[in-house]
Design a protein around this ligand. Sequence first.
Ligand SMILES: NC(=O)c1ccc[n+]([C@@H]2O[C@H](COP(=O)([O-])OP(=O)(O)OC[C@H]3O[C@@H](n4cnc5c(N)ncnc54)[C@H](OP(=O)(O)O)[C@@H]3O)[C@@H](O)[C@H]2O)c1
Length: 290
Amino acid sequence: MKILLIGHNGQVGWELRRTLAPMAEVVAVDYPEIDLADTSALRRLVAEIRPSVVVNAAAYTAVDKAETQPALCHQVNAAGPGVLAEAAKAAGALMVHYSTDYIFNGAKQTPYVETDTPNPLGVYGESKLAGDQGVMASGVDHLIFRLCWVYGARGQNFLLTMQRLAREREQLCVVQDQMGCPTWSRLIAETTALALKQVTQSTDRSAFNGTYHLAAAGFTSWHGFASRIIELMPAADRKCREVVGITTAGYPTPAKRPAYSVLNCDKLQATLGLQLPDWEVSLRQVLDQP
Ligand SMILES: NC(=O)c1ccc[n+]([C@@H]2O[C@H](COP(=O)([O-])OP(=O)(O)OC[C@H]3O[C@@H](n4cnc5c(N)ncnc54)[C@H](OP(=O)(O)O)[C@@H]3O)[C@@H](O)[C@H]2O)c1
């Protein structure tokens, strides 16, 4: 099996590169050697590599900056994945793509299921939704994993930001009225690999086509997540003594975010037999690493 992995320097992509290595020849590329906004380059890349699986972990993920760069964001997150999916179909490849909880408006008060109606609040969510639709419309065999609040020991993420701020400041103010499922990038990669194994060994891989919510079990607020991160830091390592809960209104950002991003992952369990542990269990494992 030959896997073309796009975005190997990102949080999820970096974990995928090592996790997929034992199951296939992995050809890993990232920006700037490949630009999702350059659709001709994408077609050339797939035609040249001729992969049996295309995994796209690359995306324009700067949620706030997207509000002032809508054209670029749509080119990277919507047009790019659509063309990549067409090229994958032409090569007979299966495509794995990642979606986001930000395609929902967060007005629900029970966990979102895959069939809930999307209604993104910002440019990033709109562009990601259009990307999902492009992948589905291409007719390629596909798995779209919809993620939530990704973090890990590497990359730009909430865990590392909170740890840095806790070393610098005595008090942190963190939003307490947005709920989600903090999900470890490594578990996303491992779940992807286990799903790919099943689907590629199946006699009818198209039976698995669709979108799957893939997130940690349980949920919390950004304030709850920050508080747990800081509690788990050695006391000698941190200056922070207090994490104050604030409202979204008290922390204005250019892009609106959903107030409730909790994902119901029953479909992943029922179809592929895969489920993630509670977010707090994974957080401890990330922090236990040397
Ligand atoms: N992070 C989250 O909380 C979250 C939540 C839900 C869903 N997701 C989705 O999960 C997937 C992986 O996210 P992540 O957190 O791993 O992202 P990430 O850490 O921001 O990594 C994204 C990767 O894409 C690359 N990239 C950016 N623009 C590109 C372009 N024009 N062409 C090619 N590559 C480009 C980046 O390169 P540079 O670093 O050079 O820009 C980076 O290597 C994405 O589809 C994202 O939308 C993420």
